[in-house]
Design a protein around this ligand. Structure first.
Ligand SMILES: Cc1cc2nc3c(=O)[nH]c(=O)nc-3n(C[C@H](O)[C@H](O)[C@H](O)COP(=O)(O)OP(=O)(O)OC[C@H]3O[C@@H](n4cnc5c(N)ncnc54)[C@H](O)[C@@H]3O)c2cc1C
Ligand code: FES
Length: 285
């Protein structure tokens, strides 16, 4: 948490800088939030690590956990993409530039970037859970970080092409010669030039090499369930496979017990875990 003096339950006052739809069906909206107090911005970015999340609050509606979709170098704002589901995310979708929002965070552990130095990274995402992987890729693209890592491979699947997020950046990623990008949709569409099929099948088709590599998987539970064994089959050791878990959250700081996974709290010990860590947890979770 930024500002050690601040109660972890006290939201940072923020306001909406930009708000725009990501998907053609308007189910996914991106909010870029600015800090009311520049000191809060300094403290947030001193603590932030890609893979972390925040709890966004709208007065009278409640709080929702959302993964951070921006890299620190992009500027003094924090980006989130929310899928419209229930009361809080509907209220977030209604926000306009200038509107106030509360934000608690950054929360959770984030990706173990120091541990991954010198490795090739295989980044595998599905649906709106790609948000934190987008932040990770943007972080890695910064010239001061890019040299610390080997080859980047991104595999990103959505149900339809209209649900693909961050389209402009992803189109630019296809042109980069320091990374390999594979996009997929579930069923064929006219003029689609990339893969057609579910993410685990695309992973088997692309066959990323496990040699000196780590894989990170963020997606809906069904995608993750089939992608993790596909990576093991390709030769990735459980210590080299990472995933980010989602469970409904309340406190976000390991106090209320709402998000436990055996002895672990997803909000505090995660949301990022290696497959080796997950395998060590009781089987009946
Ligand atoms: C660490 C973490 C990161 C997340 N990152 C993102 C993100 O980047 N973008 C995004 O759109 N969503 C993300 N989520 C999910 C998001 O928190 C929920 O969709 C949101 O809180 C729903 O709130 P609501 O009030 O709109 O819906 P509610 O009225 O609370 O619920 C609407 C429906 O969604 C289901 N639901 C609610 N919360 C969750 C959840 N955590 N997991 C699965 N189903 C849920 C409910 O069971 C119900 O069916 C994340 C969740 C976690 C824990
Ligand atoms: S949300 Fe309270 S312990 Fe995790």
């Amino acid at each position: 948490m930024p500002n050690e003096g601040r109660s972890p339950y006290l939201p940072i006052p923020m306001h909406v800088l930009h708000a725009y739809y990501e998907s053609t069906d308007n189910s996914l909206k991106t909010l870029e939030l600015s800090f009311d107090d520049p000191q809060d911005a300094r403290e947030f970015f001193a603590a932030f690590n890609p893979g972390q999340f925040c709890l966004l609050s709208v007065i009278g509606k409640g709080e929702s956990a959302l993964g951070v979709a921006s890299a620190a170098w992009e500027g003094d704002f924090v980006r989130f993409t929310a899928q419209k589901l229930g009361s809080v995310t509907t209220a977030l979708h209604a926000l306009k530039p200038g509107d106030p929002v509360g934000m608690r965070g950054p929360l959770g552990n984030g990706f173990p970037l120091a541990e991954w130095k010198g490795k090739n990274l295989v980044i595998i995402g599905g649906g709106c859970a790609f948000s934190t992987l987008y932040a990770l890729t943007k972080h890695l693209h910064h010239p001061s970080h890019r040299g610390d890592y080997g080859k980047l491979t991104v595999i990103y699947g959505t149900r339809t092409s209209g649900l693909c997020m961050y389209k402009q950046d992803i189109a630019a990623w296809h042109q980069r010669d320091d990374m390999e990008v594979h996009q997929a949709i579930d069923v064929p569409e006219q003029n689609w030039l990339h893969h057609v099929g579910y993410v685990p099948d695309v992973v088997k088709e692309v066959r990323p090499s496990p040699v000196n590599s780590v894989a990170v998987v963020c997606g809906p539970p069904i995608m993750t369930k089939f992608t993790l064994p596909a990576l093991v089959e390709l030769g990735f050791a459980p210590e080299t496979i990472f995933t980010s878990l989602e469970k409904r959250m309340k406190c976000g700081v390991g106090k209320c017990g709402r998000c436990n996974l055996g002895p672990k709290y997803i909000c505090k010990d995660g949301p990022v875990f290696s497959l080796a860590e997950l395998n060590a947890l009781p089987a009946d979770l």
